[in-house]
Design a protein around this ligand. Structure first.
Ligand code: FAD
Length: 288
């Protein structure tokens, strides 16, 4: 097995152009589970391109004029859970704090979460709710994809052979945002259902994305439309009937399955509760 550990993006792209079938390795927290569990069989002939030392992928930038953050793909959940990124992207920080353990978060990257594209990936509902853009670089140049187009199915993405996820760009919104997850325990747990809600006061809009309840992360567009008609984003509160209906409409966007973690019915109910809870947190004042 050949291992290439480029230090620059140019070298990483060159390595992948020369070895389009290479295994890209970032934090290794998904790859090594697959190898150890024999879901990914290595023959010994593979080329591994280890990207965790590529400076451009490790860094992030904040553009206050555009009000965006551009996260390099190898930014870790450990960085996302702390200031200053946590102050710019609070829902992503909340999601980051639910990923594995501190040791996992020190290695696990946002790019790895995206490329694995598990419907339960904790960062992904936040990226979907924020309308993130995924930047890809490969032998044929740069592509920018809305995250909703990047995620194509269960552990399936629009990534092409030889392409690298370079960065994810997210808006810094004016408005409350949060992430919530249900699992069988409070830590070190894969989501049974999850939800991210973002209020965009400038839009105005309330955006909701759901995890673990469909083949891939989905936006609850009917719930968003319901919120547009029934929630005043300039107000501080929302009444109980609106919270309840928002949860019910959100649950209709779920198409969950029964599996070893949960029944589909429980997942649907969990979405209803999580969506309502997030809306209540966004508008906590003077609950009717
Ligand atoms: C004990 C444990 C607990 C976990 N808990 C959670 C959890 O609570 N929530 C959660 O969401 N996840 C969890 N995970 C899964 C994992 O930590 C995350 O999915 C993580 O974000 C993967 O990132 P990584 O850098 O380790 O990816 P890697 O394992 O290095 O790579 C994963 C996949 O992404 C590809 N890849 C990586 N970087 C790029 C890139 N820049 N361009 C193109 N392809 C790339 C790799 O080729 C591979 O296919 C857990 C894992 C473990 C082992």
């Amino acid at each position: 097995m050949g291992v290439i550990a480029p230090l620059s993006l140019d070298d990483a792209v060159a390595a992948l152009s020369a070895h389009p079938d290479a295994l890209v390795l970032a934090g290794g927290t998904d790859v090594m589970v697959e190898v150890n569990g024999a879901y990914r069989r290595l023959t010994g002939d593979e080329t591994v391109v280890a990207v965790s030392r590529v400076a451009e992928l490790r860094s992030w930038t904040y553009d206050p004029v555009a009000a965006t953050v551009r996260l390099g793909a190898a930014v870790t959940y450990g960085e996302l859970e702390r200031a200053p990124l946590a102050e710019l992207l609070p829902a992503l920080a909340q999601a980051a704090r639910t990923v594995g353990s501190p040791q996992i978060r020190a290695a696990a990257t946002i790019g790895g979460n995206l490329a694995t594209c598990s419907p339960a990936g904790d960062g992904l509902p936040v990226l979907a709710a924020l309308d993130a853009t995924v930047e890809l670089l490969g032998p044929h140049g740069v592509r920018q994809l809305p995250v909703g187009e990047f995620m194509t199915g269960v552990k399936a993405t629009a990534l092409r052979p030889g392409e690298l996820i370079v960065a994810v760009t997210l808006p810094v919104l004016d408005g409350w945002q949060g992430y919530a997850k249900v699992g069988v325990r409070n830590a070190m747990v894969i989501a049974i259902a999850s939800a991210a809600l973002a209020v965009d006061r400038a839009g105005p809009a309330i955006r909701l994305a759901l995890g673990s309840v469909a083949p891939t992360v989905v936006r609850a567009t009917a719930a968003e439309a319901f919120a547009a008609d029934h929630v005043d984003v300039a107000a501080s509160s929302v009444d109980d009937a609106t919270v309840a209906r928002f949860g019910q409409v959100a649950a209709e966007a779920a198409s969950p399955i029964d599996d070893h973690r949960s029944s589909a019915a429980y997942r649907r109910r969990a979405v209803e509760v999580l969506a309502g809870r997030l809306l209540r947190r966004a508008f906590p004042g003077n609950a009717a």
